[in-house]
Design a protein around this ligand. Sequence first.
Ligand SMILES: Cc1cc2nc3c(=O)[nH]c(=O)nc-3n(C[C@H](O)[C@H](O)[C@H](O)COP(=O)(O)OP(=O)(O)OC[C@H]3O[C@@H](n4cnc5c(N)ncnc54)[C@H](O)[C@@H]3O)c2cc1C
Ligand code: FES
Length: 277
Amino acid sequence: METGANPNPMLPKFLRVVKRHRELPDTWTLDFDPVGGFPFLPGQFNMMYAFGIGEVPVSISGDPARPETLVHTIRAVGKVTEALCAAGPGTEVGIRGPYGTAWPVVEAEGGDLLIIAGGIGLAPIRPALYHIFANRSKYGRVSILIGGRSPEVLLYPAEVRQWRGRFDVEVEVTVDTSNQAWRGNVGVVTSLVRRASFDPAVTTAFVCGPEVMFRYATIELTKAGISPNRTFVSMERNMKCAIGLCGHCQYGPDFVCKDGPVFAFDKIERLFRIREV
Ligand SMILES: Cc1cc2nc3c(=O)[nH]c(=O)nc-3n(C[C@H](O)[C@H](O)[C@H](O)COP(=O)(O)OP(=O)(O)OC[C@H]3O[C@@H](n4cnc5c(N)ncnc54)[C@H](O)[C@@H]3O)c2cc1C
Ligand code: FES
């Protein structure tokens, strides 16, 4: 169920959760079925409001070709995300958006793709993967490198197994720390870059994960010859308005909510390296 017209961009629409699915002990996926659908571009996010608690930015993690279902995967890290993760079917959640820039899936056509996702970072990048799979013939080689802290906390395991079964994409998964049952790679996700097959001159890279991960990822990608203007990262900052008014998400001259969250790395590289020091 949802309320009617929504002329004020700061006013959320109230949508009821139709399905809640546990991904990991602290991570849940919520599905909504907004009347008229919810068109969005891969990489965009919504502001999600838990009644009486607060509002936070969360990326859309469903299929952009299926706007009839709005999907969010949320990791409970604090009071708002905990309340959202606890929202069972029938619970109303305030949603406004979609906001922000997108992964440049169209601009990347004709070349190779290298996608690096760490931890919960697979959720914001999954819509781009759906788009790429649906338009597979428009790209050259596609490599997807996925990392997690340990096998138990890898996101979307069943889906990742399906992707690994495809013959037209290379999918590599690694964990920082293995367990006895794990037969896969061990080590940080950035160590997989050297093994992936791509032509750096025509490759676009998408990187999504914790900032510490993309710090190393961008170093590896630059070493591999992928130009910073063809490397795209999704930034996370605290947000309040999400429409470029309050300044909460300011990153140098940019606002992450409106100029990002997806940035070409050359645009933010200087600031990023200064903050690194
Ligand atoms: C564009 C964007 C997209 C996002 N997409 C997702 C998503 O798809 N799924 C998801 O689970 N989360 C996502 N996040 C992160 C989510 O917004 C934060 O986890 C949330 O704001 C935390 O709020 P809280 O009240 O639950 O916790 P708080 O009490 O505010 O914080 C709890 C802990 O989380 C840390 N934290 C707070 N906000 C952030 C943040 N923005 N990034 C990193 N750490 C943070 C705090 O430092 C603290 O350690 C996204 C953030 C942005 C900016
Ligand atoms: S959140 Fe207000 S300017 Fe970005």
